[in-house]
Design a protein around this ligand. Structure first.
Ligand code: TYM
Length: 328
């Protein structure tokens, strides 16, 4: 059975892009692979955060994992900082990674632009991500398209480690969906939907109330043609809505385009909004039930224990291969 690992940062509001590009796929994969999913709270520290908010968001994401359908009997769910091996393996891989390759990371370049207070952790962020992955000997990593470069780095680091120290680490493959790997912003469909977008009109949060979802989709930027066609280049707004509808309803893009043939943009927006509301309502309701129940904390405690057992074993092998003397 293949092994998967992935993670989501507990920052901002989890949105439809995170859901369609990652979380919904995490749920699908739990039936066919051995899955490890973490809330990457250490990664969230790379940008200044209010500590109370970080704690709150970490539990929020973990609760959304469960509310979206992840089953702790099938998948191991944990908080990254609860498994100490991540920071340790992160250091070991920092001694394998090269400045040149980190300098090429486009996310670092984007996030550090115009800021003079960038912390070192933002720069070494992809190395910690590589540690997250290799510790579980993951064969594949389900992510959205924006993580592709980080995954290439993880694979390069694992390969270099093995070449230098002997075969210890599995080389991971990115698992990027054919559609939905880059859900675009509703207010600006040439840029990806993002947790850190300036305006709430950019995204649909998984916990948005139905009337908010309807309003945001109604206001989504489209074009002036009033002709429904799938063409991400020349009709990014309409194509984005078609992708959302298609993934939410389980239809192909072709079926979706056919379904909307001859209809106007108003009707498209109405039906997309209905489909999204119908899909997210049970998730939102489960979320609010679970948050009160104490179940999330139990799941995370058990998950950390299971994850640590595997991560510690890989970490010990990495250290031994690198020449570190084991504790006496
Ligand atoms: P993060 O928290 O930014 O995003 C979580 C997941 O959501 C995907 N995603 C999207 N997919 C489609 N359309 C979008 N607009 C969109 N926006 C985000 C992301 O690709 C991601 O899969 N560095 C990672 C977290 C991480 C990680 C890991 C992932 C840390 N360690 C190990 C995989 C394996 C991040 O910041 O994701």
């Amino acid at each position: 059975m293949k092994r998967m690992l992935s993670g989501i940062q507990p920052t901002g509001n989890l949105h439809l892009g995170n859901y369609l590009g990652a979380l919904k796929r995490f749920v699908e994969l739990q039936d066919e692979a051995e899955c490890f999913y973490c809330v990457v709270d250490l990664h969230a520290l790379t940008v200044p955060r209010d500590p109370d908010e970080l704690r709150e968001k970490t539990l929020e994401v973990a609760t959304l994992y469960l509310a979206a359908g992840l089953d702790p009997k099938k998948a191991t769910l944990f908080v990254q900082s609860h498994v100490r091996a991540h920071t340790e393996a992160g250091w070991l891989l920092q001694c394998v990674a090269r400045m040149g390759e980190l300098n090429r990371m486009t996310q670092f370049k984007e996030k550090s632009q115009g800021s003079d207070g960038v912390v070192v952790g933002l720069y070494t962020y992809p190395v910690l991500q590589a540690a997250d992955i290799v510790l579980y000997q993951a064969d594949a990593v389900p992510v959205g398209e924006d993580q592709k470069q980080h995954l290439e780095l993880a694979r390069d680091l694992a390969e270099r480690f093995n070449n230098r120290y002997g075969k210890v680490l599995t080389l991971p493959e990115p698992l990027i969906g054919k559609i939905g790997a880059r859900i675009m912003g509703l207010d600006n469909p040439v840029k990806k939907m993002s947790k850190s977008a300036g305006s709430e009109a950019n995204y649909i949060a998984l916990l948005d109330e139905p009337d908010v979802i309807v309003k945001k989709i109604k206001r989504a930027v489209t074009d002036s043609e009033n002709c429904i066609a799938y063409d991400p280049e020349s009709k990014p707004g309409i194509s984005n809505l078609l992708v959302i509808y298609s993934l939410i309803t389980g239809q192909t893009i072709e079926e979706t385009v056919q379904h909307f043939e001859g209809k106007g943009y108003g009707q498209l927006k109405k039906e997309v909004a209905e489909a999204v509301v119908e899909h997210l309502t049970p998730i939102r309701e489960r979320y609010h039930e679970l948050r009160q129940s104490g179940e999330v904390e139990r799941v995370l405690a058990e998950g950390a224990e299971k994850a640590s057992a595997i991560a510690d074993e890989t970490l010990a092998r990495m250290k031994e291969a690198m020449g570190l003397v084991p504790p006496f």
